[in-house]
Design a protein around this ligand. Structure first.
Ligand code: MN
Length: 252
């Protein structure tokens, strides 16, 4: 059994170390992770400069690239003779809830695993208050055992968010929706020019008891199945009536 670990907080992040330690009882654990923090990197792939890989020890590589680069490189190159049975990303310091998953490098690493047809999940932990990665690592270990035993539905990754403390309940949830409010902080540099910080204020969410956000608010571990198909299938029927300027015959 080979398990590939990555993250977006960097190869030496404590959340990754906790995960590595927890999963080591399940098989060979190989870390291929960015050499520095890549939070917010989303599903980006490095195409315009070479990717350098540094082997830290027998089962750890740091990559001068994004989380997606790491998983891609691991599967197609570093582990091409020992294809991973599972990809786990995290444990991220900070939640990846709702719409925020589209910015997340943590989730993107698991997304890349699924794209390359390996069961994958991402784990993120509340970063407010005292951060103890132990409970989230144990959750990851339990989910890893489950996924290795029974697999995951096709084209599906799990986005797991763990609240603070030692949660005892888990819930299958859906992706919540963020309320976008004033999130940009303006400052002035020494030359008098304005510059900005994005995301300075804590997020708020549309109320939905079935959402990931609501679950962690209740102190439950949230498990959201995500998939790669961004098509809005619900609107396809109504869009069939659209009078496209270059409509090509009967709709499919
Ligand atoms: Mn991060």
């Amino acid at each position: 059994m080979t398990i590939l670990l990555s993250n977006d907080d960097g190869y030496d992040a404590p959340g990754l170390k906790a995960l590595e330690q927890e999963l080591s009882s399940l098989g060979r654990v190989v870390v291929v992770a960015p050499d520095r923090e890549q939070s917010g990197a989303a599903h980006s792939l490095t195409l315009n400069h070479p990717l350098r890989v540094h082997q830290v020890d027998e089962n750890c590589y740091r990559v001068e690239g994004t989380p997606t680069d790491c998983v891609n490189l691991a599967i197609f190159q570093l582990l091409k003779d020992d294809r991973p049975n599972l990809v786990v990303s995290g444990i991220n310091r900070g939640y990846n809830l709702g719409d925020d998953v589209t910015y997340s490098g943590t989730v993107a690493a698991a997304l890349e695993g699924v794209l390359l047809e390996i069961p994958s999940f991402a784990v993120s932990l509340n970063s407010r208050g005292a951060v103890d990665f132990g409970p989230a690592a144990r959750v990851a270990g339990q989910v890893a055992r489950l996924v290795l035993a029974q697999g995951l539905p096709r084209d599906t990754l799990l986005n797991i968010n763990v609240p603070s403390g030692d949660p005892t309940e888990m819930r299958i949830t859906r992706q919540g929706r963020r309320v976008y409010s004033e999130g940009v902080v303006e400052r002035t540099d020494p030359q008098g020019r304005a510059y900005y910080w994005i995301g300075g204020t804590p997020p708020s969410w549309h109320p939905d008891p079935h959402s990931d956000f609501a679950a962690v608010e209740r102190g439950e571990v949230s498990v959201t199945p995500l998939h790669l198909d961004l098509t809005n299938h619900r609107v396809l029927p109504e869009m069939r009536d659209w009078d496209l300027p270059f409509a090509s015959g009967e709709p499919t």
